[in-house]
Design a protein around this ligand. Structure first.
Ligand SMILES: *[C@@H]1O[C@H](CO)[C@@H](O)[C@H](O)[C@H]1NC(C)=O
Ligand SMILES: *[C@@H]1O[C@H](CO)[C@@H](O)[C@H](O)[C@H]1NC(C)=O
Ligand SMILES: *[C@@H]1O[C@H](CO)[C@@H](O)[C@H](O)[C@H]1NC(C)=O
Ligand SMILES: *[C@@H]1O[C@H](CO)[C@@H](O)[C@H](O)[C@H]1NC(C)=O
Ligand SMILES: *[C@@H]1O[C@H](CO)[C@@H](O)[C@H](O)[C@H]1NC(C)=O
Ligand SMILES: *[C@@H]1O[C@H](CO)[C@@H](O)[C@H](O)[C@H]1NC(C)=O
Length: 933
């Protein structure tokens, strides 16, 4: 009652207060939430991704931007997902809850997520799925990851609403049955390592159209052939559990009536297969059978004899020691046979001879010692024979003729020592021969009698290969030869001989193979190893020791006949010096790699012939200087890599010819002397060029003080080198001309200048040149710039004189200590210069050698030219020789700027102070119509 009787205002007071407070309150709470969110989740606005992984969250954050499409919540402590959890985020497509502890999911949780495409819920060890239509509205669901979650029940028809699923991962759960009778397409279904025991109509119903169902690791005890027969799957995988013959028999019966085209039985532990093991598959076997990793030790003669439809048979990773002669005799349709990773030591003649359609035979990783053509007799279709990783010592010891149309022969990692010229006799269509990693191979004869007319690629990497004779393959169609990492102490290659009969070579790699100068250049005959290789496109000679025998000189003209060469690598070849004619003839070269050598200097002519070159890599050398002419004929150069050299100065002229072509440039890890001469470079860098490794492109300690050890990119020439711009743009001729004038002028000037100045004052008068400046318009009256050593003069001479003669000047800045605190130093200098009525610069010998002092001088001079006002007066505190006056100062003074000389002669002091007072009180415009002497 009392409440009602209150005055209306009072009654409304709480409401009013609430009205006033609520927005603030809400805002505060909201801000708090935002703050937490920004602390906790990382939001990528462009990708619309919120990364909330590993943030210790126990619920789904509700303060993220509502347009997120991807939400990563893995490694948190979330235990439940509610129907309200995703109301705010209807656009989510990808949702990751991996490694949380989700125990409860409300059935409508994902209803707002109409776009949900991927849901990750693996490693939620107590995961329970609600037994309803969780994905009722997720028509786009494509990837569902549920592995490792102890899931005991996958609700029936979970994929009913998602017509086209890419993958559903359910491995490592505890499912005992699966019912996905209502299912559209589910390409990949992984049910491996669950507890499914019976593939029967009660516990295994999969209606999905599928490419692949993986059931390995399930303790399958019984199979209903009808269930298998009704599967709409292309590939079925079983195993990783000792399956009984009964289980397999029923499986085969089912498969015989199914659409399955590929059956894999993996790790099911069958050491021996009964003779009639595959009989249920008689005339109905799937084309692809993979029976791998089953400890199979032998194959009975007829075990495959009824699998006449087989196209691909994989028996890899077993323990097969021998193949009985007729074991494959009925597999006439076989195209691929994989026997790798077995224990086969020898093959019997004709064992494969009925495999007339076989294209690829993989016998790698066995223990075969001898290879004879007769083993492969009749394999008319064979193109690829893989014998890598065996113990082969002998190839064709009886010198038989191969009657195969083989294209590729792999003999990597065997124990070959000698390969005679007839070893491959008859393999006229062989294009690839890989003999790498035959560490004991010492003789390889490929002669005209070998008739390897089709051979295109030979790989001899990691072979020992110290043939008594010189290696000289007779292979007219050889295009690619790999001889990397030869272990030979001395590689037997000789200029003019080695490639005499293989001049079609296009790619040649001889990396790290002990190649030295005498292998590539014959001094007496003046021939090069590469002579005649006019088709060669790529030549990689990196990591050889070209300076080992002739430490001073990398021979000239070795590449002179390589007119088609595009890529040349001489990386890490211990090259210290390149002959100016080293690259003669490389008219097509695009990429030149000289990195990792010890080159100190490059002759200005060295790249002259490379007018097509686009990339030059010189990183990791000892270059201290690049000649002005170096790139003068490389107009296509786009990439220049110079990192980790000893470059201090960069001459603009060196880079002028490539200025417009260059796209990326690496100068990092050089002791660059950053000063105003580098202004052009800094401007260039900020242009279209991509500067690689900017953060390691650092100014050396010899640089202008503020730049030392700082990234070159921080160098702002406009701040540090104001006046220089005029100098930089001067043409050299004008520069010389001006220099001469200045020199002549200056010679007489110091004596004449002041008198002339006074004379002008008297005779011409300055009325018309005076401006309307008043010192009261300025924040400071007088700004005195001096070098710290000259402070004594300032305190003892200048200050008393000013107090006496210019009492109206009260707001004076004496040097650095009066600069405005808290401002960046150069900004402060600039500020004072531009806010002072007059600036007095005290020059001394020490001063002009101080970089900081000179910077201040420049700042002042800049302002003079900017404002066209003569507010700077220069005082020479001592006489010093002309050449000691910095060029900039000379240039400045040559423009008719006021300056005075201090004299130790006491008699001259009065005159000095009078003149100074006049200079400091008169307002002059810089006036060009007054002749400069
Ligand atoms: C799910 O399927 C199984 C096996 O087919 C069946 O026994 C069970 O009754 C079904 N559950 C529901 C809720 O329909
Ligand atoms: C594989 O089978 C053999 C006998 O056939 C048995 O001794 C062995 O334990 C089995 N191995 C596994 C892993 O089941
Ligand atoms: C192949 O099939 C026939 C029946 O057509 C059968 O008699 C024979 O035992 C089978 N052979 C093998 C090795 O399974
Ligand atoms: C398969 O091989 C057996 C002998 O192992 C032979 O009797 C049979 O006729 C062959 N079957 C076919 C279809 O070639
Ligand atoms: C090849 O097949 C024929 C016909 O099936 C058979 O007679 C012959 O024994 C087989 N030869 C080999 C070496 O397997
Ligand atoms: C090599 O290939 C050609 C064309 O493919 C073929 O005509 C010829 O018979 C083959 N030679 C051998 C030895 O198989």
């Amino acid at each position: 009652m009392a409440f009602i009787r209150q005055a209306p205002f009072l009654r409304c007071l709480p409401l009013v207060l609430l009205c006033i407070l609520t927005p603030t309150l809400i805002q505060t709470i909201h801000q708090d939430a935002m703050l937490t969110s920004s602390m906790k989740c990382h939001y990528d606005a462009e990708q619309k991704e919120a990364d909330c992984s590993d943030r210790g969250l126990d619920s789904i954050p509700q303060n993220l931007p509502d347009d997120i499409e991807e939400l990563d919540l893995k490694f948190n402590k979330i235990t439940f997902i509610l129907s309200s959890s995703f109301m705010r985020y209807p656009l989510i497509q990808v949702l990751d809850f991996s490694s949380n502890d989700i125990r409860m999911i409300e059935s409508a949780s994902f209803y707002p997520l109409k776009e949900l495409n991927r849901l990750d819920l693996p490693f939620n060890h107590n995961l329970v799925f609600p037994a309803t239509d969780l994905f009722r509205w997720s028509r786009n669901l494509s990837i569902l990851k549920l592995y490792g979650s102890n899931l005991k029940l996958l609700p029936n028809d979970t994929l009913k609403w998602s017509p086209s699923v890419e993958s559903i991962y359910l491995r490592f759960n505890k499912l005992t049955f699966v019912n996905m009778s209502l299912c559209g397409r589910a390409k990949k279904i992984s049910l491996a390592y669950n507890k499914i025991e019976h593939l029967t109509a009660e516990s295994f119903i999969i209606g999905c159209q599928s490419d692949y169902i993986d059931l390995t690791g399930n303790p399958i005890k019984s199979v209903d052939p009808n269930v298998i027969a009704s599967l709409r799957v292309r590939s079925l995988v079983l195993g990783e559990y000792p399956l009984t013959l009964e289980v397999l028999k029923d499986t085969f019966i089912g498969i015989c009536r199914s659409e399955i085209v590929e059956l894999t039985i993996n790790g099911a532990n069958f050491t021996v297969l009964p003779r009639d093991f595959f009989s249920p598959l008689r005339n109905c076997s799937p084309p692809v059978l993979k029976f791998t990793g089953n400890n199979l030790q032998s194959l009975s003669q007829n075990v495959f004899s009824n699998l006449t439809r087989l196209v691909e048979l994989d028996l890899s990773h077993n323990e097969i020691q021998a193949l009985s002669p007729y074991v494959f005799s009925n597999l006439t349709r076989l195209v691929e046979l994989d026997l790798s990773f077995n224990e086969i030591q020898s093959l019997s003649p004709y064992v494969f001879s009925n495999l007339t359609r076989l294209v690829e035979l993989d016998l790698s990783q066995n223990k075969i010692i001898t290879v004879e053509p007769v083993f492969y007799q009749g394999m008319r279709g064979l193109k690829v024979l893989n014998l890598n990783f065996n113990q082969i010592k002998y190839i064709n010891p009886n010198t038989d003729e191969w009657t195969l149309d083989l294209n590729e022969l792999y003999l990597r990692s065997n124990s070959l020592t000698e390969i005679s010229e007839f070893a491959f006799f008859g393999l006229r269509n062989l294009t690839l021969l890989d003999l790498s990693f035959n560490k004991d191979l010492i003789v390889l004869n490929i002669t005209s009698s070998s008739k390897l007319t089709g051979i295109q690629t030979i790989a001899l990497n990691f072979c020992n290969f110290c043939d008594m004779d010189i290696f000289q393959p007779v292979a007219p169609n050889l295009t690619t030869l790999f001889m990397n990492n030869m272990i030979a102490e001395m590689i037997m290659m000789a200029p003019g001989i080695t490639f005499e009969d293989s001049q079609g070579l296009e790619n040649l790699e001889i990396r790290n193979s002990g190649l030295s100068n005498f292998n590539i250049w014959d001094e007496i005959l003046n021939t090069s190893l590469f002579d005649g290789l006019s088709n060669l496109i790529t030549l990689d000679l990196s990591q050889n020791y070209f300076d080992f025998y002739f430490p001073d000189d990398f021979p000239a003209r070795i590449f002179k006949q390589l007119s088609a060469l595009q890529n040349l690598s001489l990386e890490a070849c211990h090259i210290s010096c390149l002959h100016p004619l080293a690259f003669t003839g490389l008219e097509s070269l695009r990429v030149l790699n000289l990195s990792g050598n010890v080159i100190q200097q490059l002759n200005f002519d060295i790249f002259k012939m490379l007018d097509q070159v686009t990339i030059i890599d010189l990183h990791d050398n000892l270059l201290a200087y690049l000649d002005e002419q170096l790139f003068s004929n490389n107009p296509r150069l786009t990439t220049l890599l110079l990192s980790n050299n000893k470059l201090t100065l960069l001459n603009q002229k060196t880079f002028e010819p490539i200025e417009s072509s260059l796209l990326s440039f690496d100068l990092s890890l050089n002791p660059i002397d950053c000063n105003c001469d580098l202004r052009w470079f800094r401007d260039w860098m900020s242009g279209h060029i991509d500067v690689i490794d900017k953060n390691r492109t650092i100014c050396s300690s010899a640089s202008l003080q503020p730049l030392r050890e700082k990234p070159l990119l921080d160098f702002d020439p406009n701040k540090l080198c104001g006046l220089n711009i005029g100098l930089v743009v001067m043409t050299p001729l004008a520069g010389i001309f001006l220099g001469v004038i200045v020199a002549i002028f200056y010679h007489n000037r110091l004596q004449l200048k002041y008198k002339l100045f006074l004379l002008k004052l008297m005779v011409i008068g300055y009325k018309e040149m005076r401006d309307a400046r008043d010192h009261n318009d300025y924040e400071f009256d007088l700004n005195i710039i001096f070098y710290e050593d000259d402070e004594e003069w300032v305190r003892q001479q200048l200050q008393p004189a000013l107090e006496e003669r210019l009492p109206q000047f009260q707001r004076n800045v004496f040097g650095d200590q009066d600069l405005i605190l808290g401002m960046h130093y150069l900004d402060a200098v600039d500020y004072v210069v531009s806010h002072s009525y007059k600036t007095l610069i005290l020059l001394s010998r020490a001063a002009v050698h101080d970089r900081w002092f000179m910077l201040k001088l420049r700042t002042a001079m800049d302002h003079v030219s900017d404002t066209q006002t003569e507010f700077v007066v220069v005082v020479f505190l001592e006489d010093f020789p002309d050449e000691d006056i910095p060029f900039l100062a000379r240039l400045y003074l040559s423009d008719g700027r006021p300056y005075q000389h201090w004299t130790e002669d006491v008699g001259g002091h009065v005159f000095f102070w009078n003149a100074l007072v006049k200079n400091l009180t008169i307002n002059l415009r810089t006036n060009d119509f007054i002749p400069n002497e």
